[in-house]
Design a protein around this ligand. Structure first.
Ligand SMILES: Nc1ncnc2c1ncn2[C@@H]1O[C@H](COP(=O)(O)OP(=O)(O)OP(=O)(O)O)[C@@H](O)[C@H]1O
Ligand SMILES: [Mg+2]
Length: 273
């Protein structure tokens, strides 16, 4: 099925835990919405941190990405508004943990999410252009499992958050090999959108070295914007808010706004190419 031409699907993936996937999904999503995009955040992690971080109470997750993966509901039926105008969320529940087993033997196990996006796209076409979603961001679990494979198969591009720490690059070759594998088999159009360095701590002398090393290794794929380690970013999810709503002026919010404009700039370049 043809990719939705007017909604870009970006997947936040890194099998390493705690590197900033969810934080980036929430805050990049919010920043994109703030500059006029219409964003659907798809929570594909059973932990449901993106849903919680956007203030979606577990009791309000009657329909979730589990139902989407099982083919029982479409995105249209599960998405909820967030507190951010222009940002909706397809929440997740712990049920997602069971999906892998439930669909393991099904032929379409890797294309479930792609098919759901195709249906959603068809519904979106019936809306006025200004009402359609322009971006979907998929937040993945810290694993290269079937959920992440589904996300990569459905997506246009992968955005990799990398924590500024000594072992930043460890595991990256496995992630890049997985992207290559998905491109060679299930999704020829998949690209790497970029690598975003997160949790940069200027007081840590090692951090600048890590940034230099990663840029040396990955070159222009690394976004110019580096997300600083910022206490406001850590606090925001417990208030059920993106940091941009919690404290717009803080360094973390400003960095995510900068990242959003960089993502859009790259989008224009990629589309023109
Ligand atoms: N720039 C930052 N400054 C301070 N804290 C941060 C920053 N980015 C993320 N954190 C915190 O680090 C923790 C891990 O971040 P996050 O949940 O986004 O990572 P993740 O990759 O989604 O984790 P998982 O693999 O478990 O899904 C969270 O407590 C988050 O609030
Ligand atoms: Mg997460």
């Amino acid at each position: 099925m043809a990719p939705p031409p007017d909604m870009r699907i970006l997947v936040l993936a890194n099998q390493k835990g705690g590197v900033g996937k969810t934080t980036t999904a929430i805050n990049l999503g919010t920043a994109l919405a703030a500059i006029g995009e219409r964003v659907l955040l798809v929570d594909l992690d059973p932990q449901g941190n993106a849903s919680t971080g956007l203030g979606v109470d577990r009791r309000n997750r009657a329909a979730s990405t589990y139902d989407v993966m099982m083919g029982e509901e479409g995105f249209k039926d599960v998405l909820l508004p967030s507190g951010v105008p222009g940002l909706a969320i397809a929440p997740s529940t712990l049920d997602l943990l069971g999906v892998e087993l439930e669909i393991a033997t099904q032929k379409d196990r890797a294309v479930r999410l792609k098919n759901a996006f195709a249906n959603f796209h068809a519904q979106q076409q019936k809306l006025e252009p200004g009402e359609r979603f322009t971006y979907a961001l998929i937040d993945c679990p810290p694993s290269l499992n079937l959920l992440t494979m589904n996300a990569m198969t459905a997506a246009d591009s992968v955005l990799v958050p990398l924590q500024c720490e000594f072992f930043a690059l460890e595991g990256l070759s496995q992630l890049l090999a997985t992207v290559d594998q998905v491109r060679a088999t299930l999704n020829p159009r998949l690209t790497i959108h970029g690598i975003v360095l997160t949790m940069f701590d200027s007081r840590n002398s090692l951090a600048s070295q890590v940034v230099a090393d990663v840029r040396g290794f990955l070159g222009e794929k690394v976004y110019e914007t580096v997300i600083p380690r910022n206490i406001r970013i850590t606090e925001a999810p417990s208030h059920g808010k993106p940091v941009l709503l919690y404290d717009l002026k803080c360094a973390g919010s400003q960095a995510y706004l900068k990242l959003a404009s960089e993502v859009i700039r790259r989008e224009r370049l990629y589309r023109a190419a």
